[in-house]
Design a binder for this molecule. Structure first.
Ligand SMILES: Nc1ncnc2c1ncn2[C@@H]1O[C@H](COP(=O)(O)OP(=O)(O)O)[C@@H](O)[C@H]1O
Ligand SMILES: [Mg+2]
Length: 157
């Protein structure tokens, strides 16, 4: 059953705060799908997660605009953005690199073209635009790892 948790963000810095909290719950291998319209804060969230973990970006074989790889030591995070792409278009883009290591953390905006290629245990986050700078961020977990993550994120608000 889908059990969504909610966080109301009133500013970019409040979204960054949620991202920092989220970052410290990651252990490796998590998959996160971020949905919501342009300008909702998905990219800000992902960049803040990478920053909170002290990760630095490094080149990938896939097109730079579609996938950024961040790492530090053994921690590897992929930030994917498949805006306007179709399933057929992402098939041969070099996502194998990302899928090889099951400890990679994957955060994907506009993730649908990639959905069938990834394990089903994933956290699904929705970013909803409200008036002004307000954003409603909801999330649900769809497997043991992401359900646990989902519960942890909603604690200690
Ligand atoms: N509460 C908020 N959370 C996140 N971003 C916000 C918020 N309020 C305003 N913004 C602004 O909205 C924009 C979000 O951009 P971005 O993260 O690139 O969105 P997306 O990746 O969802 O298209 C930024 O310009 C940011 O400054
Ligand atoms: Mg974005």
């Amino acid at each position: 059953m889908k059990k969504a948790h909610t966080y109301i963000s009133n500013s970019q810095s409040e979204t960054e705060k949620l991202a920092r909290r989220f970052a410290h719950l990651l252990r490796g291998g998590e998959i996160v799908f971020l949905r919501g319209p342009i300008g909702a804060g998905k990219t800000i969230f992902v960049k803040s997660v990478a920053k909170a973990l002290g990760l630095k970006s490094s080149p990938t074989s896939a097109s730079f605009s579609l996938m950024k790889r961040y790492s530090k030591g053994k921690t590897v995070l992929f930030h994917i953005d498949l805006f306007r792409l179709e399933k057929e278009e992402v098939f041969n883009l070099g996502f194998e690199e990302m899928l090889e290591d099951e400890n990679s953390i994957i955060l994907a905006e506009w993730p649908d073209p990639l959905a069938d290629m990834l394990p089903v245990d994933r956290l699904e986050m929705d970013f909803i635009l409200c008036e002004g700078d307000k954003r409603k961020i909801t999330w649900s977990g769809f497997g043991p790892v992401s359900k646990h993550l989902s519960e942890q994120l909603c604690q200690k608000k």
